[in-house]
Design a protein around this ligand. Structure first.
Ligand SMILES: [Zn+2]
Length: 614
């Protein structure tokens, strides 16, 4: 039985006596009585626990992720006392900005958190990445990650872990405890839990489960914005209940982590309705949907209150964090089209970046609501199809023999087209640096024609920001956008003879981007509270996502693998001890849950039946 602070005080004085005595004492020194009382409870508890049998004072770490949360949205709600749980955690704990990784995209950012490393070691640079020696893009999953996760390291050290809904955890890892995978899981038909039998147990317990909500569905599946918001809330509720169920079932847990994806999904979709500075803002829509994001933070605050009440005792360190921040998205930037204007890239057709008519028909068909209803299922069964379709839509029309570099994805990743490395590489190795300099200077010149502000906050050579075994897979040039832009690799409207400006407003029927009005930012949030955390201590050096894994290992008193790039956030900790480092063990992927050959064949037959395979 774990002793609790107030019980300890009871054994010395009555609670009220203690409070009164401390109030008198703190007033005479001009101190805040509440802070003094909380500190007293903490010090008394920790003194007691240090003398008590250590098995009863087992340190625990509870991590609650608010995917995409940003102080610019939370602070006004905190000021109105609408987030009492976060408010309390901040009041007795520490808060800070938390810097994301580059690129600040959920799958990379949660990997930076999980591994304590930068991308050059964990080897992920986007939701899809180039297959080896090919221009083809493949959607990534956890099996592509080339570094050990925190829960894997803790499991190997005998700690029990419960991990729910962290993005990029499918295929599921074998850990000591339980895991329910998150974003990038193919769907409910896949093995999304470890152990596998947990899946049916959870479905029986909860009645249903939602892994993630695809915002494209709002356009293609006939779902209204209200239905979408309701489904996101339902998802958060189910995942909170799954986490509660698993923490109760694994009552001797050491590390518990739940990521709420709702803020990320809703900020992409609903930003424009709550931001009067957004070009698509209007009051009628604001009255209807302007509170969806704020409501989300409020219900998540209530879900988190429930979790803290049940599972955080005085031995528990509580960490709340986001993987990146959020801000408005106002413009889609056709970077490849801009490259074509600058002579860096060329298209096969004279008209420029047009889609072939067959592809255009395919896109139309996929965007049809009726087909859209089966689309999610098809992609779930056959993820490669999504990659191939995406690839052929984006790059099917490229003239590689005249292309020096091209952009991939929505965030500013650019690959050079190098002979011997790319299938139709054009640049000789000796021309690589000159071509890279040209691409960098062209990207730095790119400005918003309205504000004259640069589109890219920074443009890096890959080795300036990444290092490690996976550096060679990184884009050659990395443009970081920390403003209201994202990259559209292709102009879906096709060329119709009209001159187009390089930067266009969103909302013009662009597939995948038209209804997105919020975008990621580098500054996320960090709150720490509870056992081992120094209360009300400002964090002076801006912490980074990669600092959390070594800090959590330090809280557990565990050695830190010496290949982690992050640092222990000592300024956060009550007791600053020398960190112990250990040689990193060799990483081997231990993923489970890939499709069997029979499943693959069944999938292909089904797709052929639907007319998706030629
Ligand atoms: Zn995210």
């Amino acid at each position: 039985m774990t002793p609790r602070g107030p019980f300890i005080l009871h054994s010395f004085y009555s609670l009220q006596d203690t409070r009164n005595a401390l109030a008198l004492w703190s007033n005479s020194f001009g101190l805040n009585p509440r802070v003094c009382y909380n500190r007293f409870v903490r010090i008394t508890a920790s003194a007691y626990l240090n003398n008590a049998n250590m098995t009863s004072a087992k340190p625990r770490v509870l991590v609650l992720g608010l995917d995409g949360a940003t102080w610019t949205l939370l602070d006004p709600l905190l000021a109105q006392q609408k987030l009492p749980t976060l408010g309390k955690l901040i009041q007795n704990g520490s808060r800070s900005i938390l810097r994301s990784c580059i690129q600040p995209s959920s799958e990379q950012a949660w990997s930076a958190f999980a591994t304590g490393k930068q991308n050059g070691k964990f080897g992920l640079y986007g939701f899809y990445q180039r297959a080896k020696n090919s221009y083809a893009l493949e959607y990534i999953n956890a099996s592509h990650r080339r570094a050990a996760t925190l829960w894997r390291i803790l499991s190997e050290r005998g700690k029990k872990c419960v991990v729910v809904n962290v993005p990029l955890t499918w295929p599921v890892e074998k850990i000591n405890g339980a895991l329910v995978s998150g974003l990038m899981t193919p769907g409910l038909n896949s093995e999304f839990t470890f152990p596998h039998e947990l899946k049916n147990e959870l479905l029986n317990e909860l009645g249903e489960y939602i892994i993630d909500v695809d915002i494209e569905r709002g356009e293609t599946g006939g779902e209204s914005l209200d239905e979408l918001a309701a489904r996101v809330k339902r998802m958060s509720e189910l995942q909170t209940r799954a986490f509660e169920y698993l923490l109760e079932k694994n009552s001797d847990w050491d590390f518990g982590m739940l990521v709420h994806r709702a803020p990320d999904i809703l900020c992409h979709k609903f930003w424009r309705y709550q931001d009067p500075s957004h070009p698509l803002y209007n009051e009628r829509e604001a009255a209807q949907w302007g509170n969806v994001i704020n409501d989300c933070f409020e219900y998540l605050d209530a879900f988190n209150a429930r979790l803290l009440e049940k599972f955080a005792d005085e031995n528990t360190t509580v960490i709340v964090l986001s993987d990146h921040g959020f801000g408005p998205l106002t413009h889609a930037v056709y970077l490849n089209q801009y490259f074509a204007q600058k002579g860096i890239l060329a298209y096969k057709e004279q008209q420029g970046n047009t889609l072939s008519s067959a592809l255009r028909a395919g896109v139309k068909r996929l965007n049809n609501p009726l087909v859209g209803a089966v689309k999610a299922r098809v992609f779930e069964l056959f993820p490669k199809l999504k990659s191939n379709l995406h690839y052929s839509m984006a790059y099917g029309n490229m003239d590689w023999s005249r292309t020096k570099a091209y952009a991939v994805g929505t965030m500013g990743n650019v690959y050079l087209n190098v002979r011997g490395r790319e299938p139709e590489g054009r640049l000789e190795t000796g021309d690589y640096e000159a071509a890279r300099d040209e691409v960098i200077s062209v990207m730095r010149e790119l400005r918003d024609p309205e504000t004259q502000k640069p589109i890219f906050d920074f443009v890096y050579r890959r080795e300036e920001i990444y290092h490690g075994d996976a550096l060679e897979d990184a884009p050659d040039v990395v443009g970081l956008i920390d403003g209201p832009y994202h990259i559209a690799a292709v102009d879906w409207r096709g060329a119709n003879g009209k001159e187009k400006s390089i930067v266009e407003k969103v909302g013009n029927q662009l597939l995948f981007v038209s209804d997105t009005s919020g975008q990621h930012r580098m500054n996320g949030i960090l709150i720490a509270n509870g056992a081992g955390i120094s209360p009300n201590h400002p964090i002076t050096q801006s912490p980074n996502l990669i600092d959390l894994a070594p800090t959590i290992l330090q809280i557990f008193g565990e050695a830190i693998p010496n290949d982690m790039d992050g640092r222990v956030l000592n300024e956060l900790l009550l007791h600053q001890r020398q960190a112990a480092y250990a040689p990193a063990s060799n990483f081997e992927n231990q993923m489970d849950g890939e499709y069997s050959d029979a499943e693959r064949q069944a999938i292909e037959e089904r797709l052929a039946g639907l007319g998706y395979l030629g």
